[in-house]
Design a protein. Structure first.
Length: 551
């Protein structure tokens, strides 16, 4: 992978629409996020591609280089090797200028003349002496001499960017230079012998689009969790040019590394249990798993808080108790492409929901990805992460770049026996006999089992299912190279909760230890089937002193 630095100097105001929501009286606002105005990588890449196409048409040659750099449309959908990241404003020795307001006269579409009494207002990035936008461009492989010549010529020719060009907006100069190697990526990673568990701390440098299916309204939402399978795929892409042994051992060997889902804000964050609820007016969350177990074993009913809703997102335990992890979402409008020609489709747009790389001004978004496996394989994964990972959708237009920040030890939950003893004590306080025979199991990742197979696996350990709160989700996909759909199936979503008990009344602790260590179902390297027994969240947020109600 080759890195380039990109510098953009505006010679006037810039307006790049489709990236930020309207503010105040403005009809549209130029691109920006929690750190202020920016230039999206898609705008820079589009300007460079437009300039390169003009050069190729004028010269009558260079189509192969153009396709290699920027990709082509059509049925094969070949992706280009260039990925342009977000360019952010820099102004030495001064504060960044605030957005300027530009008023424009609306046009009458029928007569193509000014519409009387109709104006619209845009907020644009103003010109300012010394203002530049700087970012990074990645090439997935080394450029050939002819590809490098075409790119350099396109950089020289490109002089317009964004909208409003007919009104004097968007005149720029672009500079591209090859960057030095990342020194952190070159540092060797020491391998620890035996089976190890680590947490990779990844910091978002660009917006993230973590979804895969558009709805009928041409709107693609995003998740706030980075799936383990996505992290695994990004690592595999990074290791594809490395030694085959490292790739095979870490990703596809007989004992591959297990990639858990990466949650924001904390290494101990997890998907909200389906038994967890939060008050609608704000306040401490409450979990009903303990009451579900008490009702299933005793036949009595307990009162619940009424003005609550099911908790969503990721939750982590901080100094003030369990808190919902914060992410900032925004929508980005894109121009659809004609699949036959590969060019922009006239009048067709689609909208992406993305996660901002900042959760607050000056506070970047960090994702904590747990990995576990043989020491050498985990070291290869960490080395790949140090070189930078690219995940999610719209990667070729600057989305999804993650930088490795640190590697941490996973947070300690304590022994299963200790957690199970606390669970049994709380359940016995509600008048449940043989409380130690019960337990609660929480899905940390998707569980690819149907109800019948789940009952069989539990029975094999001497457990019986007594209740819980679960939800199933359909999953499928598309084999891009073969142009065929994947097999459609379904799974229990992360956060599903099961109440279990032993058939003979003995302690459930031994079976719970096996469940937490081995998990359930296939897909373990992608983080599927990971379970936690008697997780502290169920007791920390349990409904205290519940009132019994008449059956």
């Amino acid at each position: 992978m080759t890195r380039f630095t990109v510098s953009l100097e505006p010679h006037g105001s810039i307006f790049i629409g489709g990236y930020a929501a309207s503010e105040g009286t403005a009809d549209a606002v130029t691109a920006g996020d929690g750190r202020g105005a920016l230039v999206p990588g898609s705008a820079v890449k589009g300007a460079l591609r437009e300039a390169a196409e003009r050069l190729v048409r004028a010269a009558g040659s260079g189509e192969a280089e153009l396709a290699a750099l920027f990709g082509v449309g059509g049925g094969d959908g070949t992706e280009g090797i260039l990925r342009v990241g977000t360019l952010r404003a820099t102004l030495a020795g001064d504060t960044l200028p605030t957005l300027a307001v530009r008023h424009h006269v609306s046009l009458e579409r029928a007569t193509r003349s000014a519409a009387p009494g109709l104006l619209f207002e845009n907020r644009v990035t103003p010109a300012h002496r010394g203002l530049t936008f700087e970012g990074e461009m990645l090439a997935t492989r080394a450029l050939t001499p002819s590809e490098k010549d075409l790119l350099e010529a396109a950089v020289e020719v490109a002089d317009q960017l964004g909208g409003g060009r007919g009104r004097g907006l968007g005149w720029v100069s672009i500079q591209v230079a090859e960057a030095a190697e990342n020194p952190v990526a070159e540092e060797p990673v020491e391998a620890t012998p035996g089976w190890v568990s680590r947490v990779l701390v990844l910091e978002a440098r660009e917006p993230l689009q973590l979804a895969g299916v558009k709805d009928s309204g041409n709107f693609t939402p995003t998740k706030s969790v980075l799936d383990g399978s996505t992290v695994r795929g990004a690592v595999a892409a990074h290791l594809s040019g490395a030694e085959p042994a490292a790739l095979f051992s870490a990703i596809a060997g007989p004992h591959p590394v297990v990639f858990g889902d990466a949650h924001p804000e904390s290494a101990g964050a997890l998907a909200a249990p389906l038994s967890l609820h939060e008050p609608k007016g704000g306040g401490e969350p409450v979990d009903e798993a303990l009451l579900l177990a008490a009702e299933a074993r005793s036949g009595r009913l307990f009162e619940r808080p009424q003005d609550v809703r099911r908790a969503r997102g990721s939750w982590w335990r901080g100094p003030n108790g369990w808190t919902k992890a914060k992410v900032v979402r925004r929508t980005v409008t894109r121009t659809a492409r004609d699949t036959a020609s590969g060019r922009a489709a006239d009048g067709l747009l689609y909208t992406l929901e993305v996660i901002d790389p900042f959760v607050a001004p000056g506070k970047p978004l960090r994702l904590f990805a747990p990995v576990s496996g043989e020491g050498a394989a985990v070291a290869a994964v960490e080395a790949a992460a140090r070189g930078g990972l690219v995940v999610g959708g719209d990667r070729s237009r600057g989305f999804g770049r993650l930088e490795w920040l640190a590697t941490e030890e996973p947070p300690a939950l304590g022994a299963v026996a200790t957690r199970h003893a606390a669970w049994a004590e709380a359940l016995a306080a509600l008048g449940v006999p043989d409380a130690e025979a019960t337990g609660v199991v929480l899905a940390l990742g998707p569980v690819a089992l149907d109800a019948g197979r789940l009952d069989f696996e539990l029975a094999r350990l001497g457990l019986e299912l007594f209740g819980g709160v679960t939800r199933r989700q359909i999953h499928g996909g598309w084999l891009r190279k073969l142009h065929l759909p994947r097999t459609v199936g379904s799974h229990f979503v992360p956060g599903s909760v099961w109440i279990v008990a032993t058939r003979d009344g003995a302690s459930a602790c031994p079976a719970l230890e096996i469940l937490e260590a081995d998990g359930l179902g296939p897909g373990r390297p992608d983080g599927w089937g990971r379970l936690a027994a008697c997780h502290p969240i169920h007791l920390d947020t349990a409904i205290r002193s519940p009132k019994e109600v008449a059956a």
